[in-house]
Structures are given as structure tokens and as C-alpha cells.
Design a protein around this ligand. Structure first.
Ligand code: AMP
Length: 612
């Protein structure tokens, strides 16, 4: 039996949500639905986007309203058109097996007469953005005097966008007897204030701690020189072959510049910003949802409320001005219980901002290193290998060509064939990343920002003399990321995570640093350890981390074949364009001519509350 039944949701609704794949309630649904179903409480839910909060309030509304009657009984206010359509659609889906449920979406940028017509026909649930809602109220085209429930969704965003007065005016047309349910990802004082103003002893539910981002998001930052930012960004993208990401910029000009440069370089990318018409926005969003776009380059305002599942990475090409915006940006990934990474590409001077966001979120960020050309090539190679392994073969179609294919390859050994097959894609990366410079800003720049008396964050202890760098024969192909590896190391060797220094996860192996005093303990902990039936091997890494990274000495030789990954030293060289997944050619002009975006005109920064 679907556990939503136990929460008090009726069968026809449960049947509908089962078809949507809702097999178990999310934590917020589990905790809020029984409370909201009583219909007698005001409610404040502090919950991130992507936690299932639409159903948390949508399902109780469907239980509590009288659908025999056709007057507005519930009003849901939300900050954006995107979210408005999303909520409307979700509620329609939940109620598709019920009779006579009328939900109307009221939002700006679309024909008001259509919306008025729908309202006139009779509606029980109105989902609206505040501006258009007020417009309709002012035309006396709707009657809210019998509203029983008002939902304020993403309340913090509505306030950020300056809707406070509109909300006041709209709510003044609803009766005092209504119950108000407020949902917000963050709880700044402004939201507290409206909670206090509109609610009577609300039931408060906090999913996670105040202002804490979604626990499934890993936060990373990379320190690069401003002039290397674009090249570094591309390298991060290339290092993540299956990336499906949203890249945040501060200005619409910046989004356009980056999207154009990426297009030239052969990536599937487009920009989303406030100057686009609604039609253009919809088109971009459709392409992104359909995955024709791999990267969506967006401003904060344009990307508000975007709900696309399976976004793997949020990239802060420019940091936002406020912690709240960072929370909203990063909340575009790791939705519906998935995991995700939020990456910030900064220059050394911006480290203070990172610390401030860390404090705001109550979470430590991991300092990551821009992968070397070698790392990217290795990652891409294994991505190709995995793709070959997992591809679905259309036996019926390919059958007819098999004899000819076999004939072509008859003189080739299996090994030869595999090498050639993998090289088709791999050679392009080798070619492009040959002589690729190190794009990490010198550590010294970063170190200056370490706080007094505090241990350097993971990654900043790199190369420090009190650490020993260890090699381990497990890496990303074993599905380890830095966090997983840290957990595994600590578990296995019983040392504290805080003592572990820099962790560098590669393809088939990784490096990590521990204080000299812990080396023996770690080695001991891994004695006879096995991972998935394979012996785990730990070795002290050569004569020290920096030499190892330059490909020098030590027992583990990672440089094979003719690939040359020496650093250029000066870091002056810009990267040319790599032609992405389906091109094959190299385009040298785009990267070389790329501008440094910092210090540009900032067009679409709305009013900012909390500045760094
Ligand atoms: P929301 O926070 O309401 O925007 O929901 C985020 C995503 O999670 C949406 O795509 C929902 O369809 C999905 N979702 C919500 N509740 C559940 C559930 N109980 N089981 C599976 N998916 C869910």
C-alpha cells in the first residue's frame, strides 16, 4: 500500500501521485501533511526547493476544499511565472482522478483576458504571481472573501523581488478566518516579520537547520586568476563529461558573452536573462528541459524558481551578492533526493565571500583544484569506455551491417580494436589539452586569506611540510568523490576527518594528505583492506606532493605514452576552443579572444538586501 494513504490522503489522489512515481512521502510531506490536513493551523515550513513542498501543501488543499462549489477557496502566491505554472500543473496532476477541480494560473507576461475568462468560468484554486494577481483584484474580477487557505510559496524570494506591498494588498482582500501556510527556503528577518504579521501561533516545521543548504549538495570552490576564468570553467566542464548544469552570472551581458563563447567552442549552451521575451524564455527552457542544451547560462532573476530535475552542477561563474541568492542558486541542483555539486570559480580576493557564505549556510566548502589537461583526458577516456560498455545495441538494425563490419576488422586483435575505438574521441582531448597550463592561482595567494589560528580548509594544506601525501589505488572510476573518500579513509584508519589535508581524486587512483604522525595509523588501518574484492593499496607518494604533481619521481608513474602535460609556468596562455561532444575540430579563436568579464556593467542586479 502506498504510504500516502497512512498520511490521510484519499485513494483517488494516491492513485494519481503513484502514477507520478511518488512511492514514499518526502520528509517534509511526511511531517507537514498530517498537520495541514487538520485545516486548523497557520503553518511555517522552512524548506529548500526540491524537497517536495508543492505536494506538501497541494495534497492537503485537495483534501480540504469543497469541489462541489466553484468559488475561489485557496490562493497560492509564488514569485515567478515558472513556479506558478509548475505548481498549477502539479496540482492538476495530483487531482486528475477527481472530478471538477478547477485550478487557474495567474501570471504576468501572458494574456490577461484568457486568465479572466478562466476565473469567470469558476475556480477553486488560484495560483498566482503577486503583480498580475493584484491587477485582477483591482479590476474587481475576482472575489476572495470566501478564501479558506492562502499559501505563500518561496516567501523569501517574493520579498527579495519586492512583492511585500502587493502581498499586503492581496491579503487584505481575504477574510481573517483563512489559514496561512508559508514556505520559505531561508528565514531572513523580513520573512519572520510577515509570518508574525499574518499568522496566529503557526505550526513551525524546519527541514534542516536555518539557512542550511540541501545536505545533498557538495560545495566546491576553485581559485583562478581572473584572466583564466573562462578556460578554467571550460576545463571543469570537460572534466565532467555528463554535466547538465546551470551557470550563474551577474549580468545579462555576461550570460550572453559566455553562451556565445561556449557555442563557438562547440558546447550546447544558451543564455536565460531578463531581456528575453516570454516566448524566447520558454524556448530556451524547453531546450534545456529536453536536454538539447547541456549548459544554461542564467542570471539570478531569470533562473528563479526553475525546477528541472537531474541538474548535476550549479556553477557560480560570478558569486552572488547575498547568501540567500547562493542558497537559491545551489538549490537548482540535488532536487528530489538526488545529489549535486555547487561550484564557485573565484579569484583569491573573493575567498572572504566564500567564508561568508560558509558561515551563512553553516557548511564548509571544499577547495578544489582545476584539473590538469591530463586529468581531463583520463576522465574523458573513461567516460567513453563507460559509454561503450553501457550503450543499448539495436540488434535488429545493426545485424545487416555486421558481416561487413566484421570483414573490416578481421585482421585486428580485440585489444587493437578497443584502443582505436577509444582513441576516436580521446585523441581530440589529447590534442587540445597538450601543453595545457596549470590554471590554479598560486597557493600563496590563497594562503594569505587563511584565518588566524585556524587549520587551513581541506586543500589549502597542500604541500605543507607537516603533511605526508599518500597514494591510494581507488578513484572516481570506483565512484569516489572527495567526500566519499574522506569518509572511507577515516572509517578505515580511525583518524579524524579534520586532520586530513588535501584530497585529490583522480580516475583510477587518488592522493590524500595526512599529518606525518598519522601515516602509520593510516597504513595500518588499510592493511589487508579490500574494496569490492580488490586489495586496497596505500603508498607514500614519492618525494612530496608538489613534485608528484609535476609528474616527477616517486614510485607511481602516471605519465604514459607521449602525452606531455608540463605546465607552461607563466599561465599566460589562454586556451583555444575545444570543440565539444560532437564536433571534433578545434577552434582556436574563441578561447584566445575571450574577454575578462570582471568589472563589467552590471545590468540586472535587483535590489540587494544583504551585501558582502
Ligand atoms: P518540489 O519541491 O515540490 O518542487 O518537488 C521537487 C520534485 O520532486 C518534483 O519534480 C516533484 O515531482 C518530485 N516529488 C515530490 N514529492 C515526491 C515524492 N514523494 N516522491 C517522488 N518524487 C517527488
Amino acid at each position: 500500500m502506498n504510504p500516502f494513504i497512512n498520511l490521510g490522503i484519499r485513494h483517488d489522489i494516491v492513485n494519481a501521485i503513484s502514477e507520478l512515481g511518488f512511492e514514499n512521502p518526502t520528509p517534509i510531506q511526511e511531517q507537514s501533511i498530517p498537520v495541514l490536513l487538520t485545516g486548523s493551523n497557520d503553518f511555517v515550513g522552512l524548506a529548500q526547493t526540491g524537497t517536495g513542498k508543492t505536494a506538501a501543501f497541494g495534497l492537503p488543499l485537495l483534501e480540504l476544499l469543497d469541489f462541489e462549489e466553484n468559488y475561489p477557496q485557496a490562493l497560492v502566491l509564488c514569485p515567478t511565472r515558472e513556479l506558478c505554472l509548475q505548481i498549477t500543473n502539479d496540482i492538476k496532476n495530483y487531482s486528475k482522478k477527481m472530478g471538477n477541480v478547477n485550478v487557474v494560473a495567474v501570471y504576468g507576461g501572458a494574456s490577461i483576458s484568457d486568465q479572466l475568462r478562466q476565473i469567470k468560468r469558476g475556480v477553486q484554486i488560484v495560483v498566482a504571481t503577486p503583480g498580475r494577481m493584484l491587477d485582477i483584484i483591482n479590476r474587481k474580477a475576482i472575489d476572495f472573501t470566501q478564501v479558506k487557505f492562502v499559501v505563500l510559496d518561496e516567501a523569501d524570494e517574493m520579498l527579495n523581488m519586492g512583492f511585500q506591498e502587493d502581498i499586503d494588498s492581496i491579503l487584505s482582500t481575504t477574510p481573517d478566518t483563512k489559514k496561512t501556510w508559508l514556505f520559505s527556503a531561508t528565514m531572513p528577518t523580513e520573512v519572520r516579520r510577515i509570518a508574525k504579521k499574518y499568522m496566529n501561533e503557526p505550526f513551525e516545521l524546519t527541514m534542516g537547520t536555518k539557512n542550511t543548504g540541501n545536505a545533498n549538495i557538495e560545495h566546491e570552490y576553485y581559485i583562478v586568476r581572473a584572466r583564466d576564468k573562462y578556460a578554467a570553467f571550460k576545463r571543469i566542464v570537460d572534466f565532467n563529461p555528463d554535466i547538465f548544469g546551470i551557470v550563474f552570472c551577474r549580468t545579462k551581458i555576461e550570460t550572453q558573452d559566455i553562451a556565445e563563447a561556449l557555442l563557438k567552442d562547440g558546447y550546447n549552451a544558451d543564455s536565460l536573462h531578463g531581456d528575453l521575451s516570454q516566448q524566447q524564455r520558454d524556448k530556451v527552457m524547453k531546450r534545456y528541459r529536453d536536454r538539447s542544451l547541456q549548459l544554461l547560462i542564467a542570471t539570478d532573476v531569470a533562473a528563479r524558481g526553475i525546477d528541472v530535475n537531474d541538474v548535476t552542477h550549479v556553477i557560480n561563474y560570478s558569486l552572488p551578492d547575498e547568501v540567500e541568492n547562493y542558497t537559491h542558486r545551489s538549490g537548482r541542483t540535488a532536487r528530489a533526493g538526488k545529489t549535486g555539486v555547487s561550484i564557485s570559480i573565484i579569484n583569491a580576493k573573493e575567498l572572504g565571500k566564500i567564508r561568508q557564505i560558509e558561515r551563512g549556510l553553516g557548511k564548509k566548502f571544499v577547495k578544489a583544484e582545476i584539473p590538469t589537461g591530463f586529468d581531463v583526458c583520463e576522465k574523458q577516456l573513461f567516460s567513453i569506455v563507460h559509454k561503450v560498455h553501457n550503450v543499448t545495441v539495436n540488434d535488429e538494425q545493426i545485424e545487416q551491417y555486421l558481416p561487413r563490419i566484421m570483414e573490416e576488422f578481421k585482421d585486428m586483435t580485440k585489444e587493437d580494436f578497443i584502443k582505436r575505438f577509444a582513441s576516436i574521441e580521446f585523441n581530440r582531448f589529447l590534442d587540445y589539452y597538450k601543453n595545457a597550463p596549470d590554471l590554479n592561482a598560486p597557493l600563496e595567494e590563497g594562503r594569505r586569506f587563511e584565518r588566524d589560528g585556524e587549520r587551513a580548509p581541506r586543500g589549502e594544506g597542500a604541500g605543507k611540510s607537516e603533511y605526508t601525501r599518500l597514494f591510494i589505488n581507488l578513484g572516481s572510476v570506483d565512484e569516489f568523490n572527495r567526500g566519499d573518500l574522506l569518509g572511507y579513509i577515516c572509517n578505515q584508519s580511525k583518524i579524524s576527518g579534520r586532520t586530513v589535508g588535501k584530497i585529490d581524486v583522480k580516475g583510477v587512483y587518488s592522493f590524500f594528505e595526512v599529518p606525518h604522525a598519522d601515516v602509520e595509523k593510516v597504513m595500518g588501518g588499510f592493511k589487508e583492506a579490500e574494496f569490492k574484492g580488490r586489495p586496497v593499496r596505500i603508498e607514500v607518494s614519492g618525494e612530496g606532493s608538489s613534485e608528484r604533481r609535476e609528474g616527477g619521481g616517486g614510485g607511481y608513474q602516471r605519465r604514459e605514452g607521449g602525452y606531455n602535460r608540463e605546465r607552461s609556468g607563466g599561465g599566460e596562455r589562454r586556451e583555444g576552443g575545444y570543440r565539444g561532444s560532437n564536433g571534433g575540430e578545434r577552434n582556436g579563436s574563441a578561447g584566445g579572444g575571450f574577454r575578462d568579464f570582471s568589472g563589467k556593467r552590471r545590468e540586472d542586479r535587483g535590489e540587494r538586501k544583504r551585501r558582502f
